[in-house]
Design a protein around this ligand. Sequence first.
Ligand code: CFM
Ligand code: HCA
Length: 530
Amino acid sequence: TEKDLERILEAYPAKVKRNRKKHILIKDSSQEPQEIEANTRTIPGIITNRGCAYAGCKGVVLGPLKDIVHITHGPVGCGYYSWLTRRNKAKTPPDGKNYLAYCVTTDMQEKDIVFGGEKKLAQVIDEVVEIFKPNAITISATCPVGLIGDDIQAVAKAAQEKHGIPVMGFNCEGYRGVSQSAGHHIANNGLLEWVVGKGEMTAAPAKYSINILGEYNIGGDSWEIHRILEEIGYHVIAVASGDGSYEDLKNAHVADLNLVQCHRSINYIAEMLEIKYGTPWLKVNFIGVEATCQSLRDMAQYFGDEELIKKTEEVIAKELARIEPILEQYRKICKGKTAFCFVGGSRGHHYQKLFEDLGIETVLAGYEFAHRDDYEGRQVIPHIKVDADSKNIPELHVEPDPKFFKLRISPEKAEELKKKIPLSYYAGMNVDMKDGHVIIDDMNHFETEEFIRILKPDIFASGIKDKYIPHKMGIPSKQLHNYDYSGPYAGFNGAVKFAQDVTAMFTNPAWNFIAPPWKGKPLLEGQLQK
Ligand code: CFM
Ligand code: HCA
């Protein structure tokens, strides 16, 4: 209740309290629209789960492109801690061009900080070309690179001329934004400018040609999505960027539809591709059985082809007949339980659908770094305050491509479709939350503990850093970033895997053996000095 919330916030100094209050909502549909503050600076000293712009650019959006060698220009830690920890999987193609297992970094030392790291970077590029012969190279800048003023764009340009392969510099220094979200935007800009449209294709190679944007193949998710889409008859040109490649993405401009799975990390390029090439985008969600069926039906409506609609229904019926009896078994254990669903961006919304399929209600949800549109819907975008932090990130000016712009559907048809399906639109998380449930932005360690104490969820879905808080409080935690060795969780087979994993947590007796440390004796004993 509002009173509980007030009590939690009471612990903060007045200024912090005023700040955090704007990031927390108790859903009340009679108060629509409820505004939330998001994508603003975390208060120093508060234990946040957020990452940095470099993580969002190199780690999230660029990193999964497998035929590119991604160079981290910086001290070794930045490269090391983004070395496949996200479990973005990729199959090695016959030409062997899959470099994801490597961690390539300039390993800057004190000497490079003092005298500059450009020469070392150029040398690393020479070595990379000699050893790997990749299809392209990216350079991602970390904090010190920007601080000392290394010109990675000049190094990239010179290397590209020298070696004759694309070398792309990304100024995604960690501090460029308030979270990894800034890095998504920087990566999207680069992919639009330097990759999409560079391929040889001039028209869609097959019927129902699509791209999948914002799907990163964590734990194999996009393989399951591919399986379903291909069975229906779709032709996937490129994925940004799970199990994706520079070679495929070059031709993304010829697709007839862009699917957007993760709105937060990829909406920029989806929007720019629509302006530049005329390709509309459709917000989909392949997390959850109901959500997957809905997305497939929306896609079929977009193409509007009777044969495709029929095939879609056939595949849905076949899949449901296969998995429903299995899910029903797990539902017996899951039904009636409650969850917290707090993940970085889109998953805070998407996984509520999968919990719902199992009869689990999400009583608190939120995002680490999403923007107001991911909560309230894209209609708020024109009203979002542009602050100094967001001004830091270049907004590209995009125009229709003279050669490749083509309207895929008439404006009238688009308007008609928009009434039925989320075409070039995302409604956000808030509409799906029930009254009385908590919506929270950039939740910190203190608030996590407090909300767990009050709402006592049966399961806590979150990240690598905060999963230990619920563990210590005797509550199972399903890590929804890299899935902790498990997955895939997308599509129909993913839902079954998820049901299995979650049920195993509920039935595991270990959680009842844990007494939180503060229930026993004090952790520290002593006397305050006068
Ligand atoms: Fe999109 Fe993602 Fe997410 Fe994200 Fe991330 Fe991720 Fe995430 Mo971790 S792109 S916003 S920046 S769905 S890495 S695959 S799990 S925080 S909720
Ligand atoms: C990142 C990647 C991350 C981290 C997970 C976490 C991921 O943001 O740099 O902190 O729990 O999914 O691996 O989000």
